[in-house]
Design a protein around this ligand. Sequence first.
Ligand code: AMP
Ligand code: MG
Length: 333
Amino acid sequence: MHNKFKLSFLITVLLIIVIVTVSCLLTKHTYTKTDYALNTIVKITIEAKTANQAKAMATLATDEVKRIENLLSCYKEESDVYRINNYAHTEPIKVSGETYELIKRCLYYNRLTDGAFDITVKPLVDLWNINSANPQVPRDADIKSALEGVGINNIILMEGNRVYIKNPRTKIDFGGVAKGYCANQIKQILENNGITNALIDLGGNIYAMGKNQNGDSWNIGIQKPFAQRGETIKSIKLSNQSAVTSGAYERCFENKGNIYHHILNPKTGYPAESDFKSVTVISTDSELCDALSTALFVAGMQKVEAICKKIDSIYVMAVNNNDKVTEFGNKSK
Ligand code: AMP
Ligand code: MG
């Protein structure tokens, strides 16, 4: 009798241990970290097996944003971009393989978009200085002069990760692609660490990994252009996909009734006179989304379809000037 009691007590204890262990293994912990880097609000939401793991992963993600900022910033003196912009016209500058490959891909995006995406817009970005407290419309002559530095032919990629800039006026700016590159990097790091569900939000440059806390695809709202932040014009469901929006409303100023914004036409030197108020590109490659959202905004309605045909893995939602949403590309991919 005594032994029987002992046995049933042991079985009960064992059962409790098993139930507690299984429920611990099944419980998911979600953690959201917000930070500021790459000139934007970074918000990372991660689901992991333990609260500590979720926290540690979110820190890995924000550390990665800072690492990329240190590599690509135009202002940090040790960054590859600063060194290229300041010294690569006197002699070839050795940069990290990562920066070198990113430049290479940006040259590809330039060709893909007939020049609408161009990292050599930097002299124009500096001239328009749209982030300053009191931006002004530059003089025509200054725009013409800045345009002389614009053109990817001025970038010479040499062996050994060296970059040479032919024209002393030419400078590069990864502002149109850095967040997308960064989102891809974070996604890869999280994936390598066994994370399947996460939402990477770099100032609206989204990568939606797996599912949300309810087990559904992530619901992403597309900002209604020029409306209050958070007011959406349309929502999309994403799982293992990125969505990136470029919009005139993001950074702009008004002068004599005209709106001047931060997405520049590399051919004219002026803010792109677009058919669109915003362009959102959806695909599994956030860098491609970022480069193409900028480029399609510049290229306009006439060229969107042709560019979408060249890459069948993207889906585009463009808000035209009457707030109508037009969709292009292949939704299922
Ligand atoms: P996004 O918000 O991704 O559309 O990028 C806009 C930022 O990219 C600007 O603030 C500039 O730094 C840079 N940029 C502006 N026009 C272009 C362009 N045509 N091609 C590439 N980068 C651009
Ligand atoms: Mg972009």
